[in-house]
Design a protein around this ligand. Structure first.
Ligand SMILES: Nc1ncnc2c1ncn2[C@@H]1O[C@H](COP(=O)(O)OP(=O)(O)OP(=O)(O)O)[C@@H](O)[C@H]1O
Length: 386
C-alpha cells in the first residue's frame, strides 16, 4: 500500500538528511505509529507520502503508484485517497461544523445530494451529529479534532495520515480520538499516526516504527513507545504522562458504533489489538451508516462560488498558514477580515516548489486539479487517481 525504497530526503541548506536511506512498507489495513524524537523525520515521512515534497533519492509507492509518475496535475486526484489530520485542527472558524466537513467535498465538485448525505453520516460517525450547526469556537478541543477527522474521512480515503492528532488534547479526550481512529482503521482505512504520546502507543499495541536521526531504528509489529532512544518519562510533568488515561476507560457511549459508509476489508488484517473489544460492534449497534441526514438548511451547503469561495480560501489560508493564491481575475480585493488572525504554523507545511504559482487554494490543498472545473452535476471527477 505504501512503500519507501531507499528514501533519502535532504532539505536544501542542511548537512544532515532528514531521512537517510529508509526502506519500509505499510500494508493495507494496518495501524502504524511513527515515533521518534523531535526532528527524527516523522513529519517528513508523512509529507513524502502526500507528495507534498519529493525525496532526494529513492522511490515511493502509494496505492500501487510510483509517486514519481504522478504529474503535478494529477496530484489532487491522488490525494483524494488520503485523509490528513493535524495537531492544530485547522478548521474554518466562521463556518459551521457541517460546512467545515462539506467544504472538502464541495471543492472537488461533489453533488449537493452527495454532500447532504455524506456529511451527516460522517458527523454521526464521529459523534457530532447534534452539533452540525455549531461553530468551531463553540466546541471543545476534542470535538474540534473530531470535526477535523470527519473532514479527513468524509470522502472515504484509503489512507489516513495523522500528525500528532492528540498533541493539543487532554488524556481523556485523546483516548476518545484514539478510539475514533481505531474504529476508522477497523473499517479498513490504513492509519499512520506520528505521535509523542507514550501512553497511547503503549495502550494500543500496534505496529511501531521508530525513527532516530532519519533512520528507522525499530519496527515492531505490536510495540510500545519507549526504547533507549526515546525513554518514557514516568515521573514529573513530562508529556508522556498526558496519555495516562487508558483508552479502555474512555466513555464508549460517546462514540457511536458505526463505520465508514463503504468499509473495506483489510487485505492484511491488522495485528489483533488489545483493545479490539472496546470498538467492536455489538448486536444492538449495527455497523451501518444512518441514512437520515441531519436536518440543516440546504441553502447553507451550496458550493461556494466566486468571492464566497475565495473568502473560504482566505480563512483556510489564515488558519493553516498556507499562502493565499493570487486572485488575478478578481476585481474585488481579497477579504481582509481574517488577515489579522495569528497564523498557525502548519505541522505539515506544504512545500510549494513542486507546484506552479498560479494555482487556486483548493488546487494547492490538493483538493482539485490545476485548471479543473468544479463539476456541480455529478461525481465523475471524484475517486481513484487517474
Ligand atoms: N523545510 C525544511 N527545511 C529544512 N529542514 C527541514 C525542513 N523540514 C524539516 N527539516 C528538518 O528535517 C528534520 C526532520 O524534521 P521533521 O519535521 O520530519 O521531524 P519530526 O520527527 O516530525 O519532528 P517533530 O516531532 O518535532 O514534529 C529536522 O532536522 C528538521 O529540522
Amino acid at each position: 500500500m505504501i512503500r519507501f525504497d531507499h528514501i533519502t530526503k535532504k532539505y536544501p541548506g542542511t548537512n544532515r538528511p532528514a531521512l537517510d536511506d529508509i526502506d519500509v512498507e505499510v500494508l493495507r489495513g494496518e495501524f502504524v505509529f511513527l515515533v521518534g524524537a523531535s526532528g527524527s523525520g516523522k513529519s517528513t515521512c508523512l509529507r513524502l507520502v502526500l507528495k507534498e515534497d519529493r525525496p532526494t533519492s529513492g522511490s515511493i509507492h502509494v496505492l500501487g503508484q510510483d509517486l514519481r509518475s504522478i504529474s503535478n496535475r494529477k496530484v489532487p486526484y491522488f490525494r483524494r485517497n488520503l485523509g490528513v489530520v493535524f495537531q492544530d485542527f485547522r478548521l474554518l472558524p466562521n463556518k459551521t461544523v457541517f460546512d467545515n466537513v462539506a467544504f472538502s467535498l464541495q471543492v472537488i465538485g461533489k453533488s449537493r445530494g452527495f454532500i447532504q448525505e455524506a456529511v451527516p453520516d460522517t458527523l454521526k460517525m464521529v459523534g457530532l451529529a447534534e452539533k452540525a450547526q455549531r461553530f468551531p469556537h463553540e466546541l471543545s478541543g476534542g470535538e474540534q479534532q473530531r470535526v477535523a477527522i470527519a473532514r479527513a474521512i468524509v470522502n472515504k480515503p484509503q489512507v489516513l495520515l495523522a500528525d500528532e492528532p492528540t498533541g493539543n488534547l487532554d488524556p481523556t479526550t485523546s483516548a476518545g480520538i484514539m478510539a475514533l481512529l481505531e474504529r476508522i482503521n477497523a473499517g479498513g482505512t490504513t492509519v499512520i499516526m506520528a505521535t509523542h504520546e507514550a501512553g497511547i502507543v503503549d495502550q494500543m499495541q500496534r505496529r511501531v516504527i521508530e525513527l532516530a536521526s532519519g533512520k528507522i531504528v525499530r519496527d515492531e509489529r505490536q510495540g510500545g513507545y519507549a526504547t533507549a532512544a526515546i525513554p518514557t518519562i514516568t515521573e514529573g510533568a513530562g508529556t508522556h504522562r498526558r496519555a495516562s488515561v487508558p483508552v479502555t476507560q474512555m466513555p464508549v457511549t460517546q462514540m457511536p458504533v458505526t463505520q465508514l459508509p463503504a468499509a473495506r476489508t483489510p487485505v492484511v488484517p491488522a495485528p489483533a489489538p488489545r483493545l479490539a473489544s472496546v470498538f467492536a460492534p455489538t448486536p444492538s449497534e449495527p455497523l451501518t451508516f444512518p441514512s437520515a441526514p441531519v436536518a440543516v438548511p440546504a441553502t447553507r451547503h451550496e458550493p461556494a462560488p466566486g468571492r464566497a469561495g475565495r473568502e473560504q480560501a482566505a480563512v483556510i489560508a489564515a488558519d493553516t498558514g498556507m499562502p493565499l493564491p493570487p486572485l488575478e481575475a478578481d476585481p474585488e480585493p481579497a477579504p481582509s477580515a481574517e488577515s489579522g488572525r495569528p497564523m498557525a504554523r502548519p505541522a505539515l507545511p506544504v512545500t510549494q516548489h513542486d507546484v506552479p504559482e498560479q494555482l487556486t487554494l483548493a488546487e494547492k490543498l490538493g483538493l482539485r486539479s490545476p485548471g479543473e472545473k468544479t463539476d456541480q452535476s455529478g461525481e465523475q471527477n471524484v475517486g481513484p487517481t487517474r
